[in-house]
Design a binder for this molecule. Sequence first.
Ligand code: ZN
Length: 523
Amino acid sequence: MKSTLSLAESMVAGIIICAICAVCIFGASGCQKSDTFAGFPTVEVRLEGEAIKTETPAIDVKGHIMIPRELIEETLGVSIQETRDSSTDPREISIDLSPLGEFRRQLASAQEQLSKYALQSASEGKVPIPSRPVKLNCPYVLLSLGVSPDCSFVDKFGKGGMLGGSMTYIYDNIPKHIDSVRGRDSILVYDVDHEVGFDILKKAPACMDQILPFTPEELSEYAPPYIWFRLDTWGRQRGIAVVGSSEDVQGDIAALANLVASGKVPIDRPVTPQVDTYAMAAEPLNPSTIPQQPTVVSSEHFEVVTHHSCVDDGPIMLTWAEETMDKLLTVFPDALETVPYVSISVTVPSGKLQYGTAFAHTASNPPKITFIAPSLAVKENPYYDKDWYIGNIAHEFMHCLYEKYSLAATGKSLSDRDVPMWFNEGVGEYARLTVLGESKFDAKQAEQYDPAIQKIIDEGLSSVDAYSGGAWALRYMNSEYGHDKIASLMKSKEFSFSDAMKKELGVTLTEFEEGLKEWLKKR
Ligand SMILES: [Zn+2]
């Protein structure tokens, strides 16, 4: 038996406590009989009056409740000396327990040391390795404004789903995905700089309560970058990685992802990476690092909102938005009466961005177009040139315009109607074609759209993505039926899209698709 005890030996001490309890049974003073243990009597073991272990299996010999001698011998590591034959009267067995008194004193002193150590660590800001660190496996990844989709959390842990681009976009779309988000762990990667503080979290729909179990007030107390996880009521891990106010947001996201992967992130405490895999308690926020307000430039019909990383892009975007509208007005002369003002938000995430994205929030007032893309002012990436931007302004503007047409004509939002995805994206691509002209459109998009031609001919529109399918379907519609029919289809009072098509183009959806296939064969 060991005669000294150190921190690492607390396990041994634990066993000894059990042994002390077990021994108490023989005194018959500290146990209670119950009969719930599968036919055997069980006892509740108490140490100094406190229940330590319930339902310990025991045996009943002639009305005496006993724990087998082997159990005591095994846990104490001693052999019990018998003074008489145990089968006649087990109460005659005696064990000298005085050495255990010394162990109990050592255990108490070890526990005191341990709590001092914990206190000291906390005051130095060190987070001890938690007993149950955060472990992510294919979480649902939510991305705020300013966080590019090729985010380190996706690289590192896979994605069980991904939604985002901005908090507004997440709020608009989360109802459709809420079940799959709830069904797995989730993490929101949040750029506090681009979302301008945490106030937008107050607008989260109620269905997100469990997904974002943090208040703006408590999140504002710490300086980014930090990561914070809580468990929801089902035991799922719900995290937020807060970044911003830094030159290298992508690098900070990667450091946070590495920190989680290293197993050093505890539940329910915000931590920040120091040297890669070393977690420190998150620093209190220094008021001077509070995010700057975005810069806004505006004209009669547009405003462009930019952040510090891409302020120079604002005036360029504004000019290009005006130019895009001049061209769109030639085919949709009522466009600006219908959508008189659009807010464009431009975000250039730091670090290398593989590709840019743009999307529209048609339900916002005014409608909003968000770009997350490489900087156009610093010409980061030759693909993201003027053609890319004006093509996308046109495409996203069409989503806003079509939504307004639909509301005016049917009283219903497009999301409540059966408009096929290919038509929805197709009108966007039709607008891109209109502002770029055929040769520039093909130069930019052929690589993406040409492979769809044969697939549509062989397997139909539904076999290709909505952008490729829509691009070809609308090109065909324009050449076969003319622009006015496209516009009247968009403005149709028919609630059902197939009825609208029948009325405006005089064909069923199937007939239209057959016509498209024939037209594509001749290209
Ligand atoms: Zn679109």
